[in-house]
Design a binder for this molecule. Structure first.
Ligand SMILES: Cc1cc2nc3c(=O)[nH]c(=O)nc-3n(C[C@H](O)[C@H](O)[C@H](O)COP(=O)(O)OP(=O)(O)OC[C@H]3O[C@@H](n4cnc5c(N)ncnc54)[C@H](O)[C@@H]3O)c2cc1C
Length: 387
């Protein structure tokens, strides 16, 4: 039974999407069992062959047209995949970044030759992608990026350092945000793809230990005179990087909200189940008015969030989701996710603090949602510009 009393919106209520949802759910049950995900967390990285399996199951490149090897779907398929990741407790698998952040850059801004060169291999899992924007000295303020790409004949030579890069140990196709003209801010910024399988001077640094998302190989990357063909400049024109980033960030922020509401629904389902079983003072926890009121509040707020996220998805499908509304969704849903998961954990008592209870992991995993994809403070700056 769905945990919220919100009907699936008409634009999501299609038989084909239900079939896809079942298939994605079964895929994770089979290939991301609790044993497998525990191993990934232990190793700090998802098994490499998970990507190939996902490719074989048709889960990579969901919204990439069939002519480039994709599934020919749209953002609704990406939404369902993100919901299933949350519902099945698959944390740390950077598939949505691959599918719904990096691949769209190539599809929307790439030259035809770049699409044909990279997208089919992205869809099979031969190429795993990452996007490297953040540097030790430039996070929120991306104009401060110091990594440079200097044109030398038919190549660019890249020098610099990136950090906090999702899929950093696994990725072999990395979209690197660089300065092609360091004298300029936004207009001197470009995005260059680096195929790392044969890239002397490219080095992976530490797979960073984190508060949560332990199965995710968030890493440092180093570029020391890395040569890439000039044909790897996204779109072919220098100075477009910032505009390309701005164009895709609404979807990136909506992804975080979609993942957030998925996590909220999963946490509520786990908690409602638990409080109906656990007893104290001769009663079920659900029979205490405090439990009822807390969960009534959580369910109300989750319902508001779900309706708003559905509205944003619909706007996005129509090509009308503006940056400020996407920022509202990102900041408000991720704040709510942290608040609700905290309330849920409290209802588990000491068990909620134990690793073997998924709610403790959800508590740790959710914290970063307020930080990455642009911090929630930066979201508020973007929203205030529309006042
Ligand atoms: C798990 C994880 C995965 C990530 N994955 C990626 C990835 O794949 N690729 C990538 O490029 N990056 C990634 N990041 C980086 C992430 O996007 C940055 O951490 C984030 O943008 C914040 O930058 P920062 O860490 O440098 O913080 P800072 O920019 O130093 O911010 C520190 C604090 O100051 C506040 N602040 C900054 N500027 C302002 C302002 N103008 N007004 C008010 N407050 C302000 C911030 O909100 C924050 O609270 C990831 C980060 C994490 C933790």
């Amino acid at each position: 039974m769905p945990v919220l009393n919100v009907e699936r919106p008409a634009f999501m209520a299609e038989e084909e999407l239900n079939i896809f949802e079942d298939a994605a759910g079964r895929f994770f049950e089979e290939h991301a069992s609790p044993e497998a995900t525990a191993r990934w967390r232990e190793n700090g990285v998802v098994d490499r062959d998970m990507w190939t399996r996902a490719g074989q199951a048709g889960l990579l490149g969901l919204s990439i047209p069939e002519e480039y090897g994709g599934a020919g779907g749209d953002y609704r398929h990406e939404v369902i995949l993100m919901e299933q990741l949350a519902a099945k407790g698959v944390d740390g698998f950077g598939i949505s970044l691959h599918n719904a952040i990096v691949a769209p850059y190539i599809l929307h801004y790439g030259a035809e030759e770049q699409r044909r060169r990279w997208l089919p291999r992205i869809c099979t899992g031969e190429l795993v992608t990452a996007i490297a924007m953040t540097e030790p000295g430039a996070g929120s303020d991306l104009q401060g990026v110091k990594t440079t790409a200097v044109r030398d004949g038919d190549d660019y030579v890249i020098n610099g350092q990136k950090t906090f890069i999702t899929n950093g140990q696994t990725a072999n196709l990395i979209a690197v945000v660089v300065k092609t003209d360091p004298a300029q801010g936004a207009r001197g910024t470009s995005m260059i793809f680096v195929e790392t399988d044969n890239a002397p001077g490219f080095e992976r640094g530490r797979n960073l230990h984190k508060l949560g998302q332990s199965a995710q190989d968030t890493s440092e990357l180093f570029f020391n005179d890395v040569r890439v063909p000039a044909a790897n400049l996204l779109g072919g024109d220098e100075g477009q990087g910032f505009f390309q980033l701005m164009g895709q960030l609404p979807q990136e922020r909506l992804n975080i909200a979609v993942g957030g509401i998925g996590a909220i629904e999963a946490a509520l389902a786990l908690t409602i189940d638990y409080v109906k079983q656990r007893t104290a003072f001769g009663k079920k926890l659900i029979d205490f008015q405090n439990t009822q009121f807390k969960l009534a509040e959580c369910k109300t707020e989750a319902t508001v969030a779900r309706v708003f996220v559905n509205h944003c998805i619909e706007q996005h499908l129509k090509g009308k989701l503006d940056a400020a509304t996407a920022s509202m969704a990102k900041y408000w849903v991720s704040d709510l996710e942290n608040k609700i998961i905290d309330e849920c954990l409290q209802l588990f008592g000491g068990y909620g603090y134990m690793d073997e209870y998924p709610i403790s992991r959800m508590y740790r995993d959710s914290r970063v949602q307020r930080i990455y994809g642009g911090t929630n403070e930066i979201m508020k700056i973007l929203i205030s510009r529309t006042l």
